[in-house]
Unconditional design. Sequence first.
Length: 66
Amino acid sequence: MSASHGNTPAAWTGVTVAMIGFLVGSVALLLEPVNMTLFWIGAAIAAGSLVVFVVMDRLGLHESDH
C-alpha cells in the first residue's frame, strides 16, 4: 500500500462531506416521526461527496507531496 494512501486534501474533504451527509441522514431517522425529507437531503450530501472528490482530484489536490 502506498505511504500516502488517502492522505490528500481531496480524500479528507470527500470523507468529511460524506460523514456530514451520513450524520444528517442518521439524525433524520432518529426523529419522531421520521423525517424522510431530511433523510434524503443527507443522502444527497453523501452522494455529493463523490462529486467534491472528483472536482478536487481534477484540480490536482489528490496528488501526494511525498
